[in-house]
Design a protein around this ligand. Structure first.
Ligand SMILES: Nc1ncnc2c1ncn2[C@@H]1O[C@H](COP(=O)(O)OP(=O)(O)OP(=O)(O)O)[C@@H](O)[C@H]1O
Ligand code: SF4
Ligand SMILES: [Mg+2]
Length: 333
C-alpha cells in the first residue's frame, strides 16, 4: 500500500481553456477569443496562488471558472480532490457553493447600499437556507466582525457610512460566513488607497493562517502578488508564460516577460504596466510566441514557432525559446 500518497491539492487546474465567440457587428461572423488557453497549475492546501497579468490577460475569467460562475470550454478544475468539468456531481456543486467564496475588487459595487452590515455578512447563510439558530448567527456575526477588525457597533452601519478599507473588511467577513476553504481574491486591494492596501493584505494573511484557507489571488500588481503568494503564475494573453514558487519567480525569473516586469519596475511598485508597448488583441494573437511583439530578446523562430515549456524544477516552468539563462543556474546557454 502506498502510504506516501501526495496530499490533496486545494486547487488543481489542468489544460483549462475558455473561448468566447465575439462579434464585432450585428452581421459580422463570430471570431473565437481565447480568454484562457491551456492553463495548468497546482496549489497545495494552505497556500496562495498569485496570478499576475495585464488587463485582458484572462485573470478574472480563470477566477470565475474556479468559482463556478463561468464554464470552461476545455480542461478541468479539481478543488480539494473534487473534479469540476462536464459531469460534476451534485454534491460537489453544493460543496463548492459553500467552500469556495470570492472577494472582489470594488466593495462598493458588491455590497447593497441599503443593507446593514449585519444583514450583508449573514445574507449568504440565508441564501443557502442553512437552518442556524438566531443566537448562533449573532454569535457568528460578532466573531467574524472581530476577526476582520471591526467592532460590534459596525453591525448597524450601511456601506455608505464606511471607508473603502472598512467596506472591504465587511466583504471579507461575508465571504467567510459559510466557513469556506478556498477564497478567490480578484484584485482585492486595487480600489483601496496604498496606505490601506497593506492593512487589508496583512488581514488576509492572518485569516489564512488562523482559518487554514487557500487563496487564488488575482492582481495586475506584481508587488502585491510577490508579497502574498507561495506560488505565482504569470499570465499573458490567456497563457501562463512562467510559473513557480514565489522564490522561483522573484529570485530566478527566466521568462523575458517576467524578467522585464521585474527589471523595468520600480522596486517599490512592481506594476505590470511597466512593460513597454501594447498587449495585442486576444482576437488575433501573434503567431509563434504570443509575446514576440514586445519581447526584447525575440529571434526569428519566435515569430513562427510556439515555444516549448521548460520544466526547470518540480515547481518552476517556463514557456520560451530562449529563457533568460543568467537567472537559472543550470540552464545551458
Ligand atoms: N463574457 C465575455 N464575452 C466575450 N469576451 C469576454 C467575456 N469575458 C471576458 N472576455 C474577454 O476575455 C479576455 C480576458 O478578460 P478577463 O476579464 O478575464 O481579463 P482580466 O485579466 O481579468 O482583465 P482586467 O485586469 O481588466 O480585469 C478579454 O479580452 C475580455 O474582453
Ligand atoms: S519565445 Fe522568443 S519572443 Fe517569446 S518570450 Fe521567449 S524569447 Fe521572447
Ligand atoms: Mg479582471
Amino acid at each position: 500500500m502506498n502510504t506516501q500518497a501526495s496530499p490533496v491539492a486545494a486547487i488543481e487546474v489542468t489544460h483549462l481553456g475558455r473561448v468566447f465567440a465575439v462579434r464585432s457587428g450585428l452581421l459580422s461572423r463570430a471570431t473565437d477569443l481565447h480568454a484562457v488557453a491551456d492553463v495548468s497549475f497546482v496549489l497545495p492546501k494552505g497556500g496562495t496562488f498569485g496570478l499576475v497579468g495585464e488587463s485582458g490577460s484572462g485573470k478574472s475569467t480563470l477566477a470565475k471558472i474556479v468559482l463556478g460562475a463561468e464554464t470552461a470550454s476545455r480542461g478541468e478544475v479539481c478543488l480539494d480532490g473534487r473534479t469540476f468539468g462536464k459531469d460534476t456531481r451534485a454534491e460537489d456543486l453544493r460543496w463548492r457553493q459553500r467552500a469556495v467564496q470570492a472577494v472582489l475588487q470594488d466593495p462598493s459595487a458588491s455590497l447593497d447600499p441599503q443593507m446593514k452590515v449585519a444583514d450583508i455578512v449573514l445574507e449568504p447563510l440565508r441564501i443557502q437556507r442553512r437552518g442556524i439558530a438566531r443566537a448562533a448567527c449573532e454569535e457568528r456575526l460578532d466573531r467574524l466582525l472581530a476577526q476582520v477588525g471591526l467592532s460590534a457597533e459596525f453591525r448597524q452601519r450601511r456601506p455608505g457610512e464606511l471607508s473603502g478599507g472598512q467596506r472591504q473588511r465587511v466583504a471579507i467577513a461575508r465571504a467567510l460566513v459559510l466557513e469556506p476553504e478556498i477564497l478567490v481574491l480578484d484584485e482585492p486591494v486595487s480600489a483601496l488607497d496604498v496606505s490601506i492596501q497593506a492593512q487589508v493584505l496583512n488581514l488576509l494573511k492572518d485569516l489564512q493562517e488562523t482559518l487554514d484557507l487557500s487563496f487564488l489571488l488575482i492582481s495586475h500588481d506584481l508587488a502585491v502578488v510577490a508579497y502574498m503568494s507561495s506560488h505565482i503564475g504569470v499570465l499573458y494573453l490567456g497563457r501562463l508564460m512562467e510559473q513557480g514558487t514565489r522564490e522561483d519567480i522573484v529570485e530566478r525569473a527566466a521568462h523575458p516577460y517576467t524578467h522585464a516586469l521585474i527589471a523595468a519596475s520600480d522596486p517599490d511598485a512592481l506594476h505590470v504596466e511597466a512593460v513597454g508597448g501594447d498587449m495585442p488583441s486576444p482576437l488575433s494573437p501573434p503567431p509563434g510566441c504570443v509575446f514576440h511583439t514586445r519581447c526584447p530578446v525575440a529571434r526569428a523562430v519566435c515569430r513562427t514557432q510556439a515555444p516549448p515549456a521548460h520544466q526547470f524544477s518540480a515547481t518552476h516552468r517556463v514557456t520560451c525559446h530562449f529563457p533568460v539563462a543568467s537567472h537559472v543556474p543550470n540552464l545551458p546557454a
